[in-house]
Design a protein around this ligand. Sequence first.
Ligand SMILES: [Zn+2]
Ligand SMILES: [Zn+2]
Length: 112
Amino acid sequence: MGKKKVASIKEKKHLELVASLGCLICQQPAICHHIRNLGDNKGNVGVGKRSSHYHTIPLCRDHHVGSFSIHNTKRQFEAMYGTEAELLHKTLNEIKQLEESNNLFNFYAEEK
Ligand SMILES: [Zn+2]
Ligand SMILES: [Zn+2]
């Protein structure tokens, strides 16, 4: 029952999907920001999954590690755009919608 260090296929799919949403703030191409310390408030982020790979939000480079970003100016960033937990909610909602219109998977598969 060891902890998995590597993302499972399902998790990788999820990460790809998160990144494919584009930056939550500006819609630029995004990478996944892993949210830590969501265990507060009983880890209640509205999802039943505990794996950190599901605690990711898409942010472009600027909003991820730029001069005004979730890493460098987290307090101001959250005041302006919402807390990490709120942004995660938004992300998961968007992914849910994507998954419901499952055609996107086929679309991306055909493009490659
Ligand atoms: Zn951005
Ligand atoms: Zn990050």
